[in-house]
Design a binder for this molecule. Structure first.
Ligand SMILES: Cc1cc2nc3c(=O)[nH]c(=O)nc-3n(C[C@H](O)[C@H](O)[C@H](O)COP(=O)(O)OP(=O)(O)OC[C@H]3O[C@@H](n4cnc5c(N)ncnc54)[C@H](O)[C@@H]3O)c2cc1C
Length: 458
């Protein structure tokens, strides 16, 4: 089985969620205001007349907003398709990072202010008060243990530390977040001043947890299990594309019912005894055709090396589809695709799927060495069939043969003079993508016409 041996069959488009970024922002801010109002309702403003009152009330406010941010983190981690559609993976990743750090700081502030406030009130000093609280109140110990886990997650997510630990270790540590959230929940309902005497506040707070956990259960667990059981994917063929790149073809049941578009990606879990527990993101490298799904994988590390030797018949669990770099983003009749290295995969699928007349699609394909180009034959065939123009750009930038960046603004314009009138889809190494976006802006391509996908969540 090969990609060129099939004809395209239409599959349904993924559901378009009628949620806008402004709706999400209004919900987040609205709940933020409700939480502030709850704090005021519980008399905390009155406490602000003394230093002890200010410190203790400040500690409570920090706990409320710190926990609220942790719950928002759960939603950001839920892999909800509506969130992916509204914000895109890059913004979700960025938000996840900063919401996480802010939550940890606020919860740390809560701990410090609370022991200081109670220490001042009891005349015992913060250290003495901390010891008393930890040894006398089991729910305080729980909260502290949860906090310690969150700090561990935060520390391993700082960029310098993140580079030193493997993705799997970092991810494994992140799983402790669930335990931390459970501990924080029990701590808050057992000792939180805002919830002890106010059943409405208690119900509201439990409701926030229920919403966040339900989104997690539905989209992170329920939807992938249902999808995988329905389609029962298996590896059907593994084709060597170059010395370090293979294409994996997968077949299954009812693939003509699987809603997905070219340009999207799934998290794939190959159910082998050694690797069933980890999923990795890969884009479709052929347009969905109702008969098979194809990914194309460059050997980069431990997992992608194993994928080069994946056995035919291996069952596959899939989660998704994700990603917005699709034909739905298109604003212009003409399109330019710019691929760097293995970033060709989603663009190869788009080249196949985007509706276009002669000359409407141009592809610039950049690689360091000629052997790094994959799909050359397929691309030639598709280009001939669809009237697309292809520019191969090969060479190592900064050498005598190639002193300048071959994707600098004037080079792009020389290859595609009407670039400013096109939608531009970009995928490749992150530094290349950043440089291309700058160069496109210099060529007056509006941001709304630039669509990209990063092969990295770092
Ligand atoms: C949206 C998206 C689409 C992608 N599409 C393709 C594609 O079509 N073809 C292709 O060859 N590569 C693709 N990648 C990159 C691919 O996912 C990584 O190269 C692969 O996961 C590396 O795994 P490894 O264990 O072999 O390498 P490692 O050396 O262990 O990891 C290299 C880097 O890959 C990332 N990574 C590792 N494991 C995971 C994981 N489980 N989940 C997320 N990131 C991880 C980390 O940033 C890590 O630093 C894509 C990545 C993303 C985010």
């Amino acid at each position: 089985m090969t990609a060129s041996s099939t004809t395209i069959r239409r599959v349904p488009f993924p559901r378009a969620w009628s949620v806008r970024a402004s709706d999400v922002a209004a919900l987040v801010v609205g709940n933020g205001i409700l939480i502030g109002a709850m704090w005021v309702r519980h008399g905390q403003l009155i406490e602000l007349h003394s230093l002890t009152g200010i410190v203790t009330a400040g500690g409570q406010l920090a706990a409320l907003y710190g926990t609220y941010l942790v719950l928002l983190q759960l939603i950001l981690m839920s892999r909800s398709p509506w969130l992916d559609q509204v914000l895109g993976q890059d913004r979700v990743t960025l938000l996840h990072r900063w919401v996480g750090f802010t939550a940890i700081v606020l919860l740390g502030v809560h701990g410090v202010l609370t022991v200081t406030g109670y220490g001042l009130a009891n005349g015992s000093g913060p250290i003495g008060e901390a010891v008393t609280m930890l040894t006398s109140y089991p729910y305080v110990l729980m909260g502290t243990a949860g906090m310690a886990l969150l700090v561990l997650i935060g520390v391993t997510s700082i960029r310098a530390a993140r580079r030193r630990v493997s993705y799997e270790t970092w991810y494994g540590i992140h799983l402790y977040a669930y335990l931390a959230i459970a501990l924080a929940f029990m701590h808050q309902l057992a000792v939180g001043t805002d919830f002890l005497g106010d059943p409405v506040a208690r119900v509201y707070w439990i409701g926030l947890y229920v919403v966040a956990i339900s989104l997690m259960l539905v989209f992170r667990f329920g939807q992938p299990v249902a999808l995988s059981l329905r389609h029962r994917l298996r590896v059907a063929n593994v084709v060597v594309e170059s010395p370090d790149v293979v294409s994996i073809y997968m077949t299954g049941r009812d693939l003509d019912q699987l809603a997905v578009r070219a340009g999207q990606w799934f998290r794939w879990r190959f159910l082998t005894p050694a690797d069933w527990w980890r999923s990795h993101p890969f884009s479709l490298s052929a347009a969905p055709n109702g008969q098979f799904l194809r990914i194309t994988v460059k050997q980069l590390g431990d997992h992608t090396s194993k994928l080069q030797r994946m056995r035919v018949g291996t069952p596959v669990f899939l989660e998704g589809p994700y990603g917005n770099m699709t034909g739905a983003q298109r604003t212009r009749p003409r399109v330019l695709l710019i691929a760097g290295g293995i970033g060709i995969t989603p663009l190869r699928a788009l080249l196949e799927e985007l509706p276009a007349g002669a000359g409407d699609v141009a592809l610039i394909y950049r690689a360091r060495r000629p052997r790094d180009f994959v799909f050359r034959k397929e691309i030639e065939q598709l280009a001939a069939m669809r009237g697309a123009v292809v520019h191969y750009v090969v060479g190592r930038h900064g050498t005598r043969e190639m002193p300048h960046d071959p994707l600098e603004a004037r080079s792009i314009q020389r290859m595609v003079p009407d670039v400013a009138q096109r939608d531009v889809y970009v995928c490749g190494p992150v530094p290349m993508m950043d440089a291309v976006r700058r160069n496109l802006r210099a060529l007056h391509v509006p941001d709304a016409q630039i669509h990209d996908e990063r092969f990295s969540f770092n």
